[in-house]
Design a protein around this ligand. Structure first.
Ligand code: ADP
Length: 448
């Protein structure tokens, strides 16, 4: 049977999906905005359709326009990637209703996990530990609110239930800040997400960010592909990711992995998903579940040899697929550096034309990127240019291999965070794997 898939995304993840489809012998349709005619994957797709002006709202977030493209090209399924509409339950539902299989979980699952409080209350039922806090509606009465927070204990973090992308959060260290902070967080949440609902969590002071990759077949079977450590972050945005996460308490980890797989089996989870946790003092605390492919999925693929994107597509299309935990093995260590078009000092985005460049390559090195010499980096979209991924028998060798890959990788014409990566990779705390999620901002960047 032959299939055709529409790739509802751009950049490196569109290219990644294209590669998976080609290997599976699946025909592809690329969609692009008027500012994106030069995207690399469009040279290799079978068909392509312009879906609107450069502004994401009018193109990659424009559901009617994407569905029209799907109708025009008569595709079987739609691959959402990450960002844009990947976690939009209405999009998933409309795809399915229009007769195009949404490659991912059901719209109901996306909806449950998309609301942070609902997700938290939901996973608790499956014995997944969450951050202590208060996830009911907050009382209007100030003294009642203060009492609730005092019971949790300062510092706390106020989080918008509809928040995402590291936005909609505010730390409160004492009672004097509480009311003002709540007012500001609610206002910001309303402006950014159209929903001012906020909940409270204990602020975990020095955690690591650990996540569990799972894959489910939608029929009650699911497996995990181990852990990733994404603690190297700035403003809650991941910069370097690794697999597996090291130095974890193995008893707690095994219980957690079982609980994650059990949850996915029980809810007939379909496709790839990630459960994210904070980890401190041997305890895991669930923070959210992403019901899509993650940017950092290659590190897991590198240590397992399991092609997650191909699995997503095969499961969605009902192509013969057997998920068996016993077949999953883990080899060595993998690291990913996200190369962004941004100033390495100020972190300001730096769009513009790439005049010349060299890629990185060699044994144990993977390079996922859509850029090329002459490519114009658009100011309209995410600043991610390339993901350089290394794999080696040990973490130390994976780091050395990354330094060599970064040395080869070179971009002229625009600024990138290349030099920041080079500095992090020779930093003692990073090499010793002693960093927490605050390390980059609170310590490393202040050292200079
Ligand atoms: P988003 O959906 O915006 O990515 P998350 O809930 O996943 O939001 O949180 C993103 C990041 O915010 C985490 O990786 C962590 O750095 C920080 N964070 C979230 N909740 C807490 C908490 N309770 N204590 C400390 N840090 C937190």
């Amino acid at each position: 049977m032959s299939f055709k898939v529409l790739i509802a995304n751009r950049g490196e993840i569109a290219l990644r999906a294209l590669r998976a489809c080609r290997e599976l012998g699946i025909k592809t349709v690329g969609v692009y905005s008027e500012g994106d005619r030069d995207l690399k994957h469009l040279r290799f797709v079978d068909e392509s359709v312009c879906i609107g002006p450069p502004s994401p709202i009018e193109s990659y977030l424009n559901i009617p326009s994407i569905l029209s493209a799907a109708e025009l090209t008569e595709v079987d399924a739609i691959y959402p990637g990450y960002g844009f509409l990947a976690e939009n339950h209405e999009f998933a539902e409309q795809c399915n209703k229009s007769g195009f299989k949404f490659i991912g979980p059901s719209s109901e699952t996306i909806k449950t996990m998309g609301d942070k409080i609902t997700a938290k209350n939901f996973v608790e039922k499956f014995n997944i530990p969450t951050v202590p806090g208060y996830s009911k509606d907050l009382p209007d009465d100030e003294s009642k609110l203060k009492k609730i927070v005092n019971e949790i204990g300062y510092p706390i973090i106020l989080k918008a239930t509809a928040g995402g992308g590291g936005r909609g959060m505010r730390v409160v260290t004492n009672e004097n800040e509480l009311l003002d902070s709540l007012r500001i967080t609610k206002q910001e949440a309303l402006n950014a997400f159209g929903n001012d609902k906020v909940y409270i969590e204990k602020f975990i002071q020095k955690p690591r960010h650990i996540e569990v990759q799972i894959v489910g077949d939608g029929k009650g079977n699911a497996i995990h592909l181990g852990t990733r450590d994404c603690s190297l972050q700035r403003r809650h945005q991941k910069i370097i990711e690794e697999a597996p996460a090291l130095d974890l308490d193995l008893d707690s980890l095994n219980i957690l992995l079982d609980a994650c797989v059990n949850l996915c089996k029980k809810i007939n989870y379909e496709g790839a998903g990630t459960l994210e946790f904070l980890y401190e003092n041997k305890e895991f605390y669930f923070i959210e579940m992403n019901t899509r492919i993650q940017v950092e999925h290659p590190v897991t693929e590198m240590i397992t040899g399991f092609d997650i994107v191909k699995a997503q597509i095969k499961i969605a299309l009902g192509i013969n697929y057997d998920l068996d935990q016993k077949l999953i093995t883990f080899k060595g260590h993998s690291i990913e550096c996200r190369i962004n078009a941004e100033d390495p000092e100020t972190f300001e985005p730096c769009p513009g034309q790439i005049t010349r460049m060299h890629t990185a390559g060699g044994f144990g090195i993977r390079y996922d990127s859509h850029i090329y010499g002459g490519y114009n980096v658009s100011p309209f979209y995410d600043s991610l240019l390339a993901k350089i991924i290394t794999q080696a028998n040990s973490r130390k060798t994976a780091i050395k291999r990354m330094l060599s890959a970064l040395d080869e990788f070179y971009v002229e014409g625009i600024k990138t965070n290349h030099s920041l990566h080079e500095k992090i990779l020779i930093d003692e705390i990073f090499i010793e794997n002693k960093h927490t999620i605050n390390y980059l901002e609170k310590e490393f960047l202040k050292k200079k």
